[in-house]
Ligand binder design. Structure first.
Ligand code: ADP
Ligand code: MG
Length: 257
């Protein structure tokens, strides 16, 4: 291609914020010529590439900002290890309809059964689908809210937690909250009610939330909003973390290797 024209295209593409096109227009045109591509196909190809590059950048940045502990997917989840969990229920969630409906998901069960794994996988899928996500443990969340409150910025902090289409709150119940902390948690759940989707994971049954949150009335108020539109998945199987050790325990006669 004429180098002057290429330069003009590069300049204009940059002004329009089409970074990938600016970099590759010359090459793409040469390829189009070799492949005898039609004008419409060429334009389509150019725009599709720009969009794909932009989309993958958005996905990567959003994942980085999401504070996810890892990026595991549902493909890495071995359903045969948890026969009590219906794969269909998890797959239904992976359609992300609950995110578009601003409803909730609760993953309950003892340690190691895959609650965080599923919560992360749903968040990664939502991020890939273009939803904004944020992941936190309840402990970190409460610490953040308290720090904001100490400098008079609690309302701002609560507003910023309204932004993600999907908020995942991991580990409800691992550490008890005092009344003030539980009240902040309530304010958040109450604000997000019917406005944004929330996933919670907990090692405690809902009946135990009163003692975890240090206040039965607050726990009831939180659960009332959380559970109004909520898929509850209880996983009551073995711990995946202990699976190799369990195999040893259940096979005491296995020859030493
Ligand atoms: P929980 O949050 O319920 O305590 P995690 O989701 O953190 O458990 O799971 C513990 C570890 O085991 C993680 O590395 C997770 O990826 C893995 N894991 C748990 N369940 C499964 C499963 N069914 N298939 C594959 N990996 C699993
Ligand atoms: Mg966990």
């Amino acid at each position: 291609m004429n180098s002057l024209v290429t330069q003009r295209i590069t300049d204009k593409a940059l002004k329009l914020g089409l970074g990938h096109t600016a970099e590759t227009a010359g090459e793409a045109a040469a390829r189009a010529e070799t492949d005898s591509m039609g004008y419409l196909d060429f334009l389509d190809h150019l725009l599709a590439e720009e969009l794909a590059v932009r989309e993958s950048r958005r996905f990567r940045t959003a994942l980085e900002l999401s504070a996810l502990p890892h990026h595991k997917t549902l493909d890495e989840f071995d359903y045969s290890f948890q026969p009590g969990l219906e794969p269909r229920r998890v797959r239904d969630l992976s359609t992300l309809e609950f995110v578009s409906r601003a409803s909730n998901v609760a993953l309950l069960g003892p340690p190691g059964v895959g609650k965080t794994h599923i919560a992360v996988a749903l968040a990664v899928a939502a991020c890939q689908a273009g939803y904004s996500i944020y992941f936190t443990t309840l402990d970190d969340l409460v610490r953040k809210l308290k720090a904001a409150d100490a400098v008079g910025r609690l309302p701002k902090q609560l507003s910023s937690l309204m932004r993600p289409s999907l908020l995942a709150i991991d580990e409800v119940g691992y550490l008890p909250l005092d009344r003030e902390e539980a009240n902040m948690f309530f304010q958040l759940i109450s604000r997000r009610y019917e406005k944004g989707a929330t996933i919670v994971t907990s090692n405690k049954s809902f009946t135990e939330w009163g003692s975890v949150l240090g206040d039965d009335v607050l726990a009831t108020a939180i659960l009332d909003r959380l559970l109004h539109h909520c898929d509850v998945l209880t996983i009551n199987g073995p711990s995946y973390r202990l699976k190799d050790r369990q195999a040893l325990v259940t096979k005491p006669d296995a020859p030493a290797s």
